[in-house]
Design a protein around this ligand. Sequence first.
Ligand SMILES: Cc1ncc(COP(=O)(O)O)c(C=O)c1O
Length: 381
Amino acid sequence: MIGADMLARSFRTAVCDIDFEWPTVNLLDACRQYGLEIDDVAYLAANENPYGPSPKALAAAAESLSLARVYPSPSLRYDELRNEYAEVRDALAAYCGVPADMVMPGPGSETVLRYVTQVFVDPGDEIVTAPESYSGHPWACQIMAADVRYVPLRDYRFDIDAFLATVSDRTKMVWLCSPNNPTGTIITDEELRRLVANVPASTVIVCDQAYQELVDDPSWGDATQLLLEGHRNVVVLRTMSKAFGLAGLRMGHAIADPEVCSLIDRIREPYYISGPSCAATLAALDDLDWCREVVRKLQAGRRWVTQQLTELGCTVVPSQCNFVLADTGVAAGVMYDRLLRRGVVVRPGDIWGYDTHLRISIGTDEENRRLVAAMAAALAE
Ligand SMILES: Cc1ncc(COP(=O)(O)O)c(C=O)c1O
């Protein structure tokens, strides 16, 4: 085609260099391939919350649809009439125990983390992260043409000493995830404080705490606390997608120094959070009892699945999330197929270098029982 090469010359090298594939499973394709009905499939591949959001959140979102023809509020200014966007920011701030000017909401934490990179990362900046962590972090940095350095986990946990040995004055940003996806492991308060105390104050430490609500280990370290203690270089990421069950409505936020928040406010799109997302978030944060009950069920499910898979001979990494990483001893792709044939969809661990592991989301009690039965049969094949 005439001009095709000329066009390719204009592509950004950083974007062309991204080694990219959308993660595994398309549920519909899997159903077609294996002759399954969607309702017969236990979809345990994306760490969604099987109990969904508070019914009050769904009702509020539905009600807000009557305003679908108008744009949502673009502004966070308080000197204007109240608007749902500012209300969401206030509600998230109250929920997290921080001042409102330290909160920056967005359509999912994935989008917010891209804004964070746009605020800080220049081409060639050094970024330090772990290869066995959330792929959205290095991906966002690669789009900004960063120089990404990987420090492997050790025994499925962030290796704080190795991170400290790698970080230098050149390091613009460090990415942490606690609890970590895909291992479910935490960074303790002691480890977090040691890291923050020993990196240059100009190095931004982003701590993704998407699964924070699921934590019941008292040694877990909350990066928000360090930010509130005056470590202005700490940025925390939170989401409504997990414990609050609002993955489909897209709402997440950064907790950061007010100056960082105002810089994000400068680059975000004007109408980037929908009215139904705002309405659902406000109602969900007003119904914390629902969330607490869901978390209790997910934690119980996590304990049960861990115990059952261990009894089947798997090595299960102790998890603080709504998923577990299990080493079955069989190649991940093989086990993935065997489970898929039985209508159970999980995430193979080989994408993180865990070649015999599966990452399995915690489902309803029925889905969990189905998973364990399918796993027993798959291991016996
Ligand atoms: C660690 C982590 N961060 C961020 C996200 C994205 O969350 P959101 O739905 O808020 O974009 C996920 C989703 O699985 C996650 O596991």
